[in-house]
Design a protein around this ligand. Structure first.
Ligand code: DHE
Length: 725
């Protein structure tokens, strides 16, 4: 339980990180602000998922005390000339530590953080830990236990962080260096006395600065760029919060520079990446970001069709492209593999595991989708650059590209062919995070031709939202429509593209924070995670209406999910979760199995939270699941399988490498082999990443495809065209 106090004194973060001077993994880029100037150069976020807990400020805890302790100065020190009182010393200690940003500490003003353990009953918790037999430190009583927890926090890691055990290093180890002996002693005494002491007198820690710390113009530009690259994906370009909490000054000023620095450097158990520990941000950059966050966000730029057209390039015109496949390889068994930090996609032969070509795409490239015929791969970079790869070329390559947003995550083609026309490969669509919009493009040349803004009103409270971002997009097989998920307003838009310059849009009310999702096996229903609402929204694409909202455990994250037939409940679709170690199966056959439809029929326990993706194939006996964002290094690189024949527990779990994270699965065309990415680090030689291929029947490893730079998503041509998962 030592780490119960772990995050208490975040002040010394700076000291903790003093040895870390790794630079960002890429060259610095141009500063963001002046609107139009950014059009060409602004890269988009490359951060990991941030599912950090919401740490909204709350009113100071009230204690019915007669004599409030005197407020400390902004630095937590007593007024000059006067010896500090006991209460002032205590307040100064908590103030210096910025403890309240990470812990709930009863009686301490503003201490409502939920990143570290709740310290409400610290004295009792420490006593219980000492008596439990699990304790590994050298303390002999509650007081020495709490003292040790502050000065040597990793001596015993608390199991009490929200979301599981506290990871090593979460509480800065040199934190106590910043405290005087008297401050440390006062804090230990106070915490030892909890919960009883909470009622004695409110501890008025230093009031937050009313004015944001200043940054030079150069720092402001740098910080804006880093925010855009690393943070906007989860916190929103306008910092109003989404998957991660809001970071507007009303939220950040009360935390102060030290506490914010600690969170940025160390991350949180709920998914905020540890940018400092990863070596992505230096100490100086961490502190600069903490200051930046206390300032109002600078206004981000807009983008016009003319600006998009200026970036549009047709590298190989239509009449110069092959009229038949130029390769003898089975191009339908190609995998388009995201090499995230290289900004590239590798086209790998699913039969031979050979890398057929590696092509340059957008920055921190996110996903690929195949055109209806499978001939083309559409790829989207986080910087909003869309690339079209022709898979019929002997060496598949980019034949057209266009940058249509500053920040994007989704792309798809038009897949409908039927009575209303043949739209195969005719159009493409890109979903933008910033500016909040979707853009329609020609499917064969990527010429952008229509922008539709998603700025709108939240579905439930009908309040204007300036930044409803476009999350998952899927192309319907049944209608000439795209299903466009608008995250912050909680709407699913059914966009009919038969008259693309005048598209009709049906706006369904779903749930806020729509993120990722996929089809059920019949391809009639689309299931999408409203991740921070802990729900799966089900869209009936045939009827054009919502079919259901299904409650799930914390933060469902399906990727596209996985469809299989449960021995007891019939056809189901599966998601795992970021916030809990759980995989649920939801019944998807309202006609055949109305008893199971649109409810969680299975909730299977997993070894941990932080799961990003699941996958299966109709020919497979297994459901595969990863844990890429679990804070534990071993669990991060573990995969598990669940037997479809006995879907009550994991059948087998194993580590797939001795470095990196196991992320995302894809089957080969036949459904006999499963590819798993080892997501390494571009700056660590020999550990940049690789793909491990497993025989799906025996679960034996059959190959490794080495030296791939940070591989993440993998998209088999045949399976992606046909939405097989
Ligand atoms: Fe993704 C899908 C958004 C971070 C790998 N990701 C998606 C989709 C969205 C999304 C909206 C659905 C696209 C679709 O189907 O049309 N992802 C975001 C973010 O906003 C977020 C949280 C933060 C960010 O800054 O980007 C984020 N994503 C990540 C990662 O950190 C991952 C693991 C590695 C990476 O690329 O940086 C990652 N996301 C993926 C993958 C898919 C994806 C592999 C496609 C899964 C599939 O099988 O379809």
């Amino acid at each position: 339980m030592r780490n119960h106090i772990n995050l208490l004194l975040l002040l010394l973060l700076v000291l903790v990180v003093a040895g870390c001077t790794h630079a960002l993994q890429r060259e610095p880029v141009a500063p963001p602000a002046p609107a139009d100037a950014r059009a060409e150069s602004l890269p988009a976020p490359r951060s990991n998922l941030d599912t950090a807990v919401n740490v909204k400020p709350v009113a100071p805890m009230q204690a019915p005390a007669p004599a409030p302790a005197q407020a400390a100065t902004p630095q937590g020190a007593a007024p000059q000339g006067a010896a500090p009182s006991e209460a002032e010393t205590l307040a100064a200690g908590f103030s210096k530590g910025g403890c309240g940003a990470c812990h709930i500490i009863p009686g301490v003003a503003g201490a409502a953080g939920t990143i570290g353990p709740d310290l409400s009953t610290m004295g009792e918790t420490a006593a219980a830990a000492l008596a439990s037999g699990a304790y590994t430190g050298s303390a002999t009583d509650v007081t020495s236990y709490i003292h040790e927890a502050i000065v040597e926090p990793d001596a015993f890691l608390s199991p009490g962080c929200p979301g599981g055990a506290c990871p090593k290093g979460l509480m800065p180890a040199t934190l106590s260096d910043a405290l005087s002996d008297a401050e440390l002693e006062a804090m230990v005494a106070y915490l030892t006395g909890l919960p009883a002491k909470a009622g004695e007198a409110p501890v008025e820690v230093a009031a937050p600065a009313a004015v944001a710390p200043e940054l030079t113009d150069a720092e402001m530009a740098d910080a804006s760029q880093i925010f855009f690259d690393r943070c906007a994906g989860c916190h929103g370009t306008l910092r109003k919060g989404a998957t991660g909490p809001a970071l507007t000054p009303d939220v950040t000023l009360p935390k102060g520079t030290l506490a914010l620095s600690s969170i940025i450097f160390n991350g949180t158990p709920r998914g905020m990446p540890d940018w400092g520990k990863q070596g992505v941000l230096t100490q100086v950059q961490t502190e600069m970001m903490a200051k930046f966050l206390q300032n109002e966000p600078p206004p981000p730029p807009e983008m016009s069709l003319t600006q998009m057209l200026d970036t549009w390039k047709v590298i190989v015109p239509l009449d110069q492209r092959p009229v038949a496949p130029q390769t003898t390889r089975d191009w339908e068994d190609y995998f388009a593999v995201t090499l995230r930090d290289a900004g590239q996609v590798a086209i790998i032969d699913g039969d031979t595991y050979e890398v057929v070509n590696t092509v340059n795409t957008g920055y921190a490239v996110h996903i690929s989708r195949m055109s209806a015929t499978g001939r083309y791969a559409y790829v989207i970079g986080r910087d909003g650059r869309a690339s079209l790869i022709d898979l019929w070329m002997e060496k598949p390559d980019v034949v057209a590209e266009a940058k249509v947003c500053y920040d994007a995550r989704s792309i798809d083609g038009s897949k409908y062919s039927g009575p209303e026309g043949d739209f195969s490969d005719k159009y493409a669509i890109v979903g933008c995070y910033w500016p909040p919009a979707f853009v329609m493009l020609d499917g064969l040349t990527l010429e952008p031709f229509k922008i539709v803004s998603t700025r709108s009103y939240t579905y439930d409270t009908e309040e204007y939202h300036p930044e409803p971002r476009v999350a998952a997009i899927v192309a319907s097989h049944n209608k000439p429509e795209w299903i466009v998920n608008v995250k912050e307003s909680g709407q699913v838009w059914l966009v009919n593209y038969t008259d693309p310059l005048a598209p009709t849009i049906k706006m369904l009310e779903a749930e806020r924070f729509l993120h990722d999702g996929g089809w059920d096996a019949s391809k009639r229903y689309f299931l999408v995670a409203a991740n921070n609402a802990n729900k799966i929204a089900v869209v009936d694409s045939l009827e054009g209406k919502m079919a259901a909202l299904v409650d799930t455990p914390k933060i469902p994250h399906p990727g596209r999910g996985a469809n299989w037939v449960d021995p007891e409940f019939g056809p189901v679709w599966t998601t795992s979760h970021l916030g809990e170690g759980s995989l649920v199966a939801i019944g998807t056959d309202p006609e055949g199995r109305p008893d199971a439809a649109w409810r969680v029929v299975r909730n299977i326990e997993l070894p941990g939270a932080g799961s990003l993706f699941v996958k299966t194939h109709p020919n497979s006996d297994w459901i595969w699941v990863d844990f890429g964002l679990n804070p534990d290094e071993k669990i991060q690189r573990t995969v598990c399988v669940i037997a479809k024949a006995n879907p009550t527990k994991t059948e087998k779990c194993w580590e797939i490498a001795d470095y990196g994270r196991a992320v995302h699965f894809e089957y080969n065309k036949e459904g006999t082999e499963v590819w798993v990415s080892v997501w390494g680090r571009a700056d660590v030689p020999d550990q940049v990443g690789e793909i491990v291929v497993y025989d799906d029947k025996t679960l034996e490893e059959v190959a490794r495809i080495p030296n791939l730079v940070t591989p993440t998503g993998k998209f088999n041509v045949y399976n992606t065209v046909n939405d097989i998962y």
